[in-house]
Write a protein that binds this ligand. Structure first.
Ligand code: SAM
Length: 302
């Protein structure tokens, strides 16, 4: 295992995946990740966005599973944030993996959607874009500074039917009920480690992981109480550790009246995948294009 990978994380990866796959994950941690973004059709459609980028000499290429997503070639994030199209919310910098949960959530116009851990708002605003501002979205964020950032992004992206709540989602009243829920849970970030970037290494130790998994379990249980019977939700993390992914889903489903719905991954064949212990869930392997990420769809039984 690459010596830069934090020791506790390396140990968990080898335990879970074995040496060979753990090495593949470590190679993903070493990779220089591409800059990616999505056009925001609430402000600029993809053609307009692409032309605005190309006019500044910035080349982009498409992504098979999401027409608004683009891979940027030969330009860094600061070259994008300096552009007028960025300033007015026509494009949003977002990792490709982070765009997957809203696409698979499949929210429809007219639905009441809850985003339980929403800041800085990449996925909230993506759901707004995917539904053409025709879903009612409640976006919760417990951290005050991050909630302010979420409000700012929601406004800049023109996501006009989003209500931002600066609350702990665990304290939401069970009398609320939603047609669809995204729980993009706080996690260790084991999918997003970049070895060249000391800020991305995280704090990997047992105490932190125990604290995080407790929060994930409580939030997922809460989500299933807030979801209308018969409706579907997405549980996602930017972690590749089963402790935060399949184990949480399995634990909560044992307690609750819910089941895993196999993801329809048609079109996602180019996404690098890791083995999962629950068939029909997705764990993305980090590489030059993708961060490590986990996605599961869950339905509350009627
Ligand atoms: N979904 C976001 C996006 O796409 O931009 C990223 C979410 S980030 C993984 C998790 C967020 O959840 C953090 O901003 C964190 O402050 C927030 N959070 C953690 N625990 C929470 C809780 N109990 N209730 C509400 N927000 C929470």
């Amino acid at each position: 295992m690459h010596e830069g990978v934090p020791a506790y994380l390396a140990q968990l990866l080898v335990q879970q995946y074995g040496e060979e796959i753990a090495e593949r994950i470590a190679a993903g941690y070493e990779a220089q990740r591409a800059v990616t973004l999505r056009a925001n059709p609430l402000k600029a459609d993809r053609q307009e966005a692409r032309l605005a980028l190309e006019a500044q000499g910035i080349e982009v290429s498409p992504v098979s599973w999401y027409d608004d997503a683009m891979i940027v070639h030969g330009a860094r994030e600061d070259a994008i944030t300096a552009l007028e199209i960025y300033e007015r919310g026509g494009v949003y910098l977002q990792s490709l993996s982070s765009m997957i949960p809203p696409v698979l959530l499949g929210a429809k116009p007219g639905e009441n959607v809850l985003d339980m851990a929403a800041a800085p708002g990449g996925k909230t605003t993506q759901i707004a874009a995917l539904t053409g501002n025709r879903a009612m979205i409640t976006a919760c964020e417990m951290n005050k500074i991050r909630a302010d950032r979420l409000r700012y992004n929601v406004q800049r992206q023109g996501a006009s039917r989003v209500t931002v709540m600066n609350v702990d989602s665990r304290s939401l009243d069970d009398l609320f009920s939603f047609d669809r829920i995204l729980l993009d849970a706080p996690c260790s970030g084991s999918g997003t480690v970049q070895l060249g970037n000391p800020r991305s290494k995280g704090q990997f130790n047992k105490a932190n992981l125990d604290k995080t998994t407790k929060m994930q379990e409580t939030l997922l249980l809460k989500a299933l109480r807030l979801l209308r019977p018969g409706c579907e939700m997405i549980y996602s993390t930017c972690s590749v550790l089963a402790q935060e992914n399949e184990n949480i889903v399995t634990k909560v489903l044992k307690k609750g009246n819910a089941e895993v719905v196999p993801l329809d991954l048609t079109g996602f064949e180019s996404v690098p995948q890791l083995p999962v212990t629950i068939p029909g869930t997705l764990c993305v392997c980090p590489d030059e294009l993708y961060e490590g990420f986990f996605v599961a769809k869950i339905r509350r039984k009627k």
